[in-house]
Design a binder for this molecule. Structure first.
Ligand code: MLT
Ligand code: ZN
Length: 466
């Protein structure tokens, strides 16, 4: 644990950012003690809110001088506990670094700070006809810096890729305080190791991102949305890979178990008409520029669905219908958590193995005595498994019993060629499972990289490594 902060350290923080942005009051600090992961609380000793890269650099240097652990934090919407200050010390909040610095319409690029909310950025680029595709479920509140820390995905990833695919260059403050740019603002770059891609997904353990250069696309003008209902979960999962074999790449292909939809609609106070016997839904979107072509794509998709025994296929005709079903889908994670004590696993396999993954999760659940509510990005083979405490005893829930069940799920992922997180990251909660997918040699390589950047191990300690 961190030592109590010295008065000199706090005075010098105030000199760097001003007293209004050094938070020592315990009620105010408490707001930074948790994120969206389970019910963890780790109190930081102080919260600091810099406004410039120079201030970030000075804070880092000061922490290095005084040996104070520093945990960077965006909006706190993370699902692996990566921004929790597990060793106390200082939280560096990026909330004031929230400027969109430039949208370069000629080059289809934008430069932003890490505290910009994903949706604010999307709306700004859409206003000039451009598209920034990565759209995590928390897009209305999550910060772009956090998206980079976790290499976030979201429903559009199936066609457009994940955060990594849109980052060209990063300004980063290293743990020792130096400010660097990781690459170049170019679409191509074959110049040495990619520090840019090393930073993406490193969960704020190697440096703090202070500026991001993104590439952008032209915003599609049309989209069509269908909801396919299945009585048989295996059929729904098997239909997913078949859809791509028609030659159509949907712009979203989401899976939702009935219970997930029920809970989300219930807590949102929305109606959803479940047909008798339906157990699982696929939400399928296509987008583009030609409505006739999109209609043909939907025909191909519906033929594929019919080959796999789809029971009902509904077109979302109006803007409001589309908004409602997307609202229900995006709220699932949050609403399932509102309903019960839970643990969320972020399994991912190649999409054709989705039937084995879902069936395996259910079989493991029945052996270990837990219910799971599954949903996620079927087109990416990325299944979010929300494990519900239900009737499980506290002893089994907190102890080795559940841990062993989760290990079995992860071993299944590995056996199917997949891994233990598709987009939520490792952070605090999954680090004990890293050895399921990596040999000691691989983890050791990662540790050595961390030590090169952060010789004292002060930046976001206690994350990723088992
Ligand atoms: C989602 O797909 O809904 C997100 O990854 C969020 C979550 O799973 O809670
Ligand atoms: Zn997701």
């Amino acid at each position: 644990m961190a030592k109590p902060l010295k008065a000199e350290f706090l005075d010098r923080l105030i000199l760097i950012v001003g007293k209004d942005f050094v938070i020592s009051d315990s009620d105010a600090r408490k707001l930074y003690a948790s994120d969206s992961t389970e019910d963890f609380v780790f109190m930081p000793d102080v919260v600091v809110k810099p406004d410039t890269v120079e201030e970030v650099s000075d804070i880092m240097k000061l922490c290095y001088e005084f040996d104070i652990p520093l945990t960077p934090r965006g909006a706190g919407t993370g699902l692996s506990g990566a921004c929790l200050p597990v060793s106390g010390g200082l939280i560096l909040s990026t909330e004031r670094l929230n400027r969109i610095l430039a949208i370069d319409e000629k080059n289809f690029q934008a430069t932003v700070e890490p505290g910009v909310i994903n949706e604010v950025f999307r709306n700004a680029v859409e206003a000039v006809g451009l598209l920034y595709p990565p759209d995590p479920a928390s897009k209305g509140s999550c910060f772009l810096g956090g998206n980079i820390a976790h290499n976030s995905g979201g429903p559009k990833a199936v066609k457009y890729g994940v955060t990594r695919d849109y980052v060209l260059n990063l300004e980063v403050v290293l743990p020792t305080g130096e400010i660097i740019w990781t690459g170049a603002d170019t679409l191509k770059n074959s110049t040495g190791y990619s520090l840019t891609h090393l930073m993406i997904g490193s969960e704020g353990t190697l440096g703090i991102v202070t500026k991001i250069v993104f590439r952008l696309l032209t915003k599609p003008t049309h989209d069509l949305l269908m909801l396919a209902s299945f009585a048989n979960a295996g059929n729904a999962c098997a239909a997913v890979a078949e859809i791509f074999r028609t030659g159509v790449t949907p712009s979203a292909l989401e899976l939702m178990e009935r219970k997930a939809v029920e809970l989300s609609a219930f807590y949102l106070n929305e109606t959803f008409d479940h047909k008798e016997g339906m157990e699982i839904y696929l939400l399928i979107e296509v987008d583009g520029f030609d409505p006739d072509l999109l209609m043909k794509d939907c025909e191909k998709i519906s033929e594929a669905l019919e080959r796999f025994g789809v029971d009902d296929l509904l077109f979302m005709e109006t803007f409001d219908q589309k908004e409602k079903i997307w609202k229900i889908r995006r709220a699932i994670g949050e609403k399932v958590k509102a309903h019960s004590i839970y643990k969320e696993e972020d399994t991912v396999v190649s999409r054709a193995y989705l039937p084995e993954l879902l069936a395996g999760v259910k079989e493991i659940g029945s052996r270990y005595g837990f219910e799971s509510i599954c949903y996620g990005h079927a087109g990416d083979g990325n299944l979010h498994v929300n494990i519900i405490k239900g009737e499980m005893s506290d002893e089994n829930w907190k102890g080795k019993h559940l841990e062993e069940g989760i290990r079995e799920i992860f071993r299944l992922c590995k056996k199917l060629g997949g891994t233990i997180s598709g987009e939520h990251g490792i952070g605090l909660v999954q680090k004990k499972y890293m050895n399921e997918v990596f040999e000691p040699m691989q983890i050791d390589l990662m540790r050595k990289i961390k030590a090169v950047f952060d010789p004292k191990g002060l930046l976001n300690p206690g994350k990723i490594f088992p």
